[in-house]
Design a protein around this ligand. Sequence first.
Ligand code: GLU
Length: 547
Amino acid sequence: MTNKEFADILLPNIDKTIEDYDKIYPKRNLEDGAIVTRYAPSPTGYVHMGALFSAFISSKMAKQTNGVFFLRIEDTDKKREVENGVSGIIRDLKNYGIKIDEGMISESEWIGEYGPYIQSKRKEIYQTFAKHLLINDLAYPCFCNEEDLENIRKEQESIKDRIGYYGKWAKDRYLSKEEVIKKIENGEKYVIRLKSPGKFENKIIYDDLVKGKLELPENDLDIIIIKGDGLPTYHFAHLVDDYLMRTTHIIRGDEWLSSVPIHLQLFQVFGFKPPKYAHIAPLLKEENGNRRKLSKRKDPEAAISYYHEKGIPTEAVLLYLCTVANSNFEMWYLQNKDKSIDDFKLEFKKISSSGSLFDVEKLLNISKNYISLLKADEVYNKTLEYAKNYDNELYELLTKYKDYSINVMNIEREQKKPRKDLAMFSDYKKENWYMYDELFINLEYNFDKINDLGEIKKIISFYISKYYDANDDKETWFNKIKLLSEELGYAKEVKEYKEHPDNYKGHVGDVSMVLRVCLTTKTMTPDLYEIMKLLGKERIEKRFEMI
Ligand code: GLU
């Protein structure tokens, strides 16, 4: 019996060849150096921060080289699947502005010429590639069940041999075609394994784009390529998909590093040129002076929903991820304020090979800067969007007082040193609640130097009756507070007070502090003149009456 006849018995429905698929998915016509890469998650319904980091790097690398970035869903492991698990991933990528050139755009649809971009729809393709190996005597069916494998393992343990299905231990490798056919006729279940040509004693040297030159033992395991359900294993699907999708770079978590010998061997047995690999170390978190992996279970900031729930702008998250990827980005961005991430050239060799720190505080700082540079109406729209999802009370206030709110957001904005009070849109209410009468309740006034109620009342009643005029410009407004101070025995200038403290009850700053606290309850606010202008006469009078 020829190998071809044998393979036809094993995979009778497969009549295409690798060459047929080569024609369907031709080499891409891209400029030299263009990176074709992908994000290849299981359909788990969401993206976590570590994965977003890799996806960001991948999409950026493709974009800056005029390459292709695609989304492929790896759903051959049915255990890891959740319902509508593709949509959540698409939503997360979209929210973060990570655009795909090809790949899944819904649970079942895709764009691009190299699809299907979901592995469960590619069964026939994988089997065609497996058949090729069978025909070339590079693969074989294996009938070992759990128990057989367990027995092999026990025997290996007892004589202290290396564990695994390889060499002389790979017993079904030595079955004759006739024996195989008999077993199949008896209805025995089987998988298809690679007949590994490797030797464990040999070393392979390969150059990882992030980790550098690595020496690893050659693979000699007869790994499973097609499982009992006819679907491929991760390793085999990687070979088939990334070959046919013409992927040039595999950018993935470094938990896959130890699989590189298997992957290179798979490319080798087919005679294909392997892609380049960049293995990204996990994001780290500092805790009590030690660094550990950022954990999906322990760290809320590892979930990207965290940023949405707090109203942390996705742009700020990306700016931070870019800094984490290439630390020189921070300086570059500072010196190129008018430019964006798109103008920055990300480099593989600047990515940390041992893992980068992910520090939320630093991210929030970046976010503060980012928000401070937005126009007031952008802040308004983004805060409104946040409030719509997470803060009904704020949503109603922002809708009811749209222009007023934009004006509040505009205080000390669009100037050389803009106000940096918002690290997230949820901070808006925390920082500006006193601008809304609806929230100006249950008050606790924090008077400072002047805290005698009689004196406070005197200051505000003199001010409102003799000095306050809603139409005053800033200079006039301040001069009037000076005059008020003088009338009540306070120094007009701080300097005067410092020179002769005994001559005064205090100074103009103390007097304006009284106004500030009466109107906002706080000692620290943005520009008081601006605040008063927005509050307006009626509100100011009402707030003074509340004292
Ligand atoms: N599906 C694999 C995962 O979930 C993808 C790894 C790769 O990018 O090759 O991690």
